[in-house]
Ligand binder design. Structure first.
Ligand SMILES: Nc1ncnc2c1ncn2[C@@H]1O[C@H](COP(=O)(O)OP(=O)(O)O)[C@@H](O)[C@H]1O
Ligand SMILES: Cc1ncc(Cc2csc(CCOP(=O)(O)OP(=O)(O)O)c2C)c(N)n1
Length: 570
C-alpha cells in the first residue's frame, strides 16, 4: 500500500485504489475533474487502467458493458453534480439491463449540502441516485472506504445484477489514517454472487410441464448470456431437442446457424408453442408482455420461468412453473432431472419450424444477394454478416432503429456474449461506450454497427478510441437522418425537417481528425475491403457507409409505439 513514508499514514485516495484492487477491479472508466482528478492519476500510478472519456454517460456505459462481459462490476468515476447526472443515465440503463456496475462520484461537503448553502456543484447525489439503481451508499469517514466498496460490490453482483451508486465527498479522499489500521479496514468480498439453488419441487414441476409439452420452446434472454452457464444451456437444448429462440444479447449462446434455432421462425413459435421455458428473459415489451397477437390464444400456453429474481414471476402473465435461482444452478438441476431419458418433441412441431425457417432464410438470402447502389440496410449488413462469420470472436455493438432491427436478424452470432445492443430500454447512445468497454475488457476486435442518429449521441468518443488506439471498427449507416433522410418541413419555413441531417455528411473525417482511419464507402465492395483492413490492422476505423435515404421505416419495427394524431398525418 502506498503510504506517507515518514508518518506511516495512508489516506482516502490510496484506500479507494487498494479497496478496488483487493477485489480484482483494476479498470476505471471515468472523466477527470474536481474532486477525482488526482485519484485517477494515483490509481494509474498504482497500476490500474484508467480510461478517460469525453462524456460521463459513455464512461458509465463502458463500465456496464464490462460488468455484463465479466460478471464483475464495471467501475465508472465521475465528478460531482453535473458529472454525476451525466453518468446517471448509464447507471439507470445498467440497472434496467441487469448489468453490474458501480458509479463512484465525488461530491460536495455534507454540511454545506444539507444546509443548502450553495457549495461548488452542490447536490444530494446519494438521494438523487436512489430511484435509478439497486443501491446507493455514501462514505463519510476514510476508515469506511473498505466496507463501502465491499457493500457496493456485493449489491452490484448478488441476486439480480445491477447498478450501484457510491458517493464520496471530496474531503474523504484527503482524510488520513494510520496505514496499518487502513490496511485492516479493507474488505475482500467473499462469494459476492452466491449460487442460488432452486427447490427440487420447482425443478420437478418444470420438468413435468416440459416433458408433456407437444410444442415446447426454450427462450434465452440476456440473463442466460450473463450467467456464463454456456455448456449446460447448450446441453439442455441439444439433449431435449427443443427448439430455442435467443433474444438479441443471447445470440451466440449457441451459433445462430444451429439447427434448433427458431429465430427465423419467431412469429410461428411464439404463437404456436404450448409450453415456453424462459431462461433469463423477461416477458416485457420486447416479448409483447407474453400476450396479444404475438402469442397464442389466452390460456393456450403455459410458461416455465428461470430467474434469480422471485418478484419477476407473474410480472405480465401467470407463470405455471417458476424456478427461482441462478441460471447455472437451475439449468444443471434440470439436466440432472432429465437424466438420460427424454422424448424429443413431436416431428410435426420440428418440421413446421424447419419449413418456416428455411422459407424465411431463403427470402433473406435473396435480399442479401442484391447489390443496389446506393447500398441498402440489407446489402450493407450482408457484408458485415460475412465479416462476423469469418471472425466469430469479434464483438458486435449495435444501435439505431432500422440498423438495429435488421442487424439483429441478418448478422449471425456464433459465440456467447459477443453482441451488445440497446437492450431492454432501447436507449440510443450506448454505442461508443459499449465499444470501448468491450475492447478494453476483452482485447477483441469490436464492430460497432451504428445508425447515423444513434452514433451522434456518443460520437465524440471517437477521440477516446484513437487516444487508446482501440481495435474498434465503427460502421455508420448513413441514410441522412433519424430513421430515414427523406422527411420534409411542410411549413414552408427554411428549417429542415426534424429528422433530417446534413446531406452527404462525412463522418469518416471525424476519425481522421484524431488520427484514425476514415473510409467513405458507397458500395459493398468498398465496405468489405475497409472492414477486412480494419479487423486485420486493429486500427481505430470509421466507415461512413452511404445508405439509400429512402430505405427503412420510421422507428424501425416499433413504429406502432408512436402515438397517432387525429388531425395531423405526416
Ligand atoms: N445469473 C442469473 N441467474 C438467473 N437470472 C438472471 C441472472 N442474471 C440475470 N438474470 C435475470 O435475467 C433476466 C434478464 O431479462 P431481460 O433483460 O429481459 O433479457 P432479454 O431482454 O434478453 O429478454 C432478468 O429478469 C434477470 O433477473
Ligand atoms: C437517448 C434516446 N434518445 C432518443 C431515442 C429515440 C430513438 C430511437 S431510435 C433513434 C435513432 C434512429 O435513427 P438512426 O439513424 O440511428 O437509425 P436508423 O433507422 O437505423 O437509420 C432515436 C433517436 C432513444 N431511443 N434514446
Amino acid at each position: 500500500m502506498a503510504t506517507s513514508a515518514e508518518a506511516k499514514l495512508t489516506d482516502g485516495f490510496h484506500l479507494l485504489a487498494e479497496a478496488l484492487k483487493l477485489n480484482g477491479l483494476d479498470t476505471i472508466f471515468g472523466l477527470p475533474g474536481i474532486p477525482i482528478t488526482d485519484f485517477l492519476r494515483l490509481a494509474q500510478a498504482d497500476g490500474m487502467r484508467v480510461i478517460s472519456f469525453r462524456h460521463e454517460q459513455n464512461a458509465g456505459h463502458a463500465a456496464a458493458a464490462a460488468g455484463f462481459l465479466t460478471q464483475k462490476p464495471g467501475i465508472c468515476m465521475t465528478v460531482s453534480a453535473p458529472g454525476f447526472l451525466n453518468g446517471l443515465t448509464a447507471l439507470a440503463n445498467a440497472t434496467t439491463n441487469c448489468f453490474p456496475m458501480i458509479m463512484i462520484s465525488g461530491s460536495s461537503e455534507r454540511e454545506i449540502v444539507d444546509l443548502q448553502q450553495g457549495d461548488y456543484e452542490e447536490m444530494d447525489q446519494m438521494a438523487a441516485a436512489k430511484p435509478f439503481c439497486k443501491a446507493s451508499f455514501r462514505v463519510l469517514h476514510v476508515e469506511d472506504i473498505g466496507i463501502g466498496v465491499a457493500r457496493a460490490i456485493r449489491a452490484a453482483v448478488s441476486g439480480r445484477p445491477g447498478g450501484v451508486y457510491l458517493d464520496l465527498p471530496a474531503k474523504v479522499f484527503a482524510q488520513s489514517m494510520e496505514a496499518e489500521a487502513g490496511r485492516r479496514s479493507l474488505v475482500q468480498v467473499v462469494d459476492a454472487a452466491p449460487r442460488q439453488i432452486p427447490s427440487s419441487e420447482s425443478v420437478e414441476r418444470a420438468l413435468g410441464l416440459l416433458k408433456n409439452a407437444k410444442k415446447p420452446l426454450i427462450l434465452l434472454g440476456k440473463g442466460a448470456a450473463y450467467a456464463q452457464a454456456d455448456a449446460d444451456i447448450r446441453a439442455l437444448i441439444e439433449k431435449t431437442g427443443i427448439p430455442y429462440l435467443p433474444m438479441s444479447m443471447a445470440k451466440g449462446l449457441l451459433p445462430d446457424t444451429h439447427q434448433q434455432s427458431a429465430a427465423a421462425a419467431r412469429s410461428l413459435v411464439l404463437q404456436q408453442a404450448d409450453v415456453v421455458l424462459l431462461i433469463g428473459a423477461r416477458l416485457n415489451w420486447l416479448l409483447s408482455h407474453g400476450k396479444g397477437k404475438t402469442w397464442g390464444k389466452p390460456g393456450s400456453q403455459r410458461f416455465i420461468q428461470i430467474d434469480i429474481s422471485p418478484t419477476e414471476i407473474d410480472s405480465n402473465v401467470a407463470i405455471a412453473a417458476p424456478v427461482i435461482g441462478d441460471i447455472g444452478s437451475c439449468v444443471s438441476a434440470l439436466l440432472v432431472g432429465i437424466g438420460n431419458k427424454w422424448t424429443a418433441p413431436a416431428a410435426d412441431w420440428i418440421d413446421a419450424i424447419s419449413k418456416r425457417r428455411e422459407a424465411n432464410l431463403t427470402k433473406m438470402a435473396a435480399t442479401l444477394l442484391k447489390n443496389p447502389s446506393p447500398m441498402t440496410f440489407h446489402s450493407a449488413l450482408g457484408v458485415i454478416r460475412d465479416i462476423v462469420k469469418a471472425r466469430p470472436d469479434a464483438i458486435v455493438v449495435n444501435e439505431g432503429a432500422n440498423t438495429l432491427d435488421f442487424a439483429r436478424s441478418v448478422v449471425d452470432m456464433y459465440e456467447p456474449r459477443r453482441r451488445l445492443d440497446v437492450g431492454t430500454w432501447g436507449v440510443m447512445g450506448i454505442g461508443m461506450g459499449y465499444a470501448i468497454g468491450a475492447a478494453v475488457t476483452t482485447g477483441k476486435p469490436v464492430i460497432a454497427i451504428e445508425g447515423d442518429s444513434a452514433f451522434g449521441f456518443s460520437g465524440m468518443e471517437v477521440e477516446t478510441i484513437c487516444r487508446y488506439n482501440l481495435p474498434v471498427c465503427i460502421v455508420i449507416f448513413n441514410n441522412g437522418g433519424v430513421y430515414k433522410g427523406t422527411d420534409t418541413n411542410v411549413s414552408g419555413h427554411s428549417d429542415v425537417a426534424p429528422t433530417v441531417f446534413v446531406k452527404g455528411a462525412r463522418y469518416d473525417k471525424m476519425m481522421e481528425a484524431f488520427g484514425g482511419v476514415g473510409v467513405h464507402a458507397t458500395t459493398r465492395e468498398e465496405l468489405m475491403r475497409a472492414m477486412k483492413e480494419a479487423i486485420a490492422s486493429g486500427k481505430p476505423t470509421l466507415i461512413n457507409a452511404v445508405i439509400d435515404e429512402n430505405d427503412g421505416t420510421e422507428s424501425g419495427r416499433i413504429g406502432n409505439l408512436n402515438p397517432q394524431s387525429a388531425t395531423y398525418f405526416p
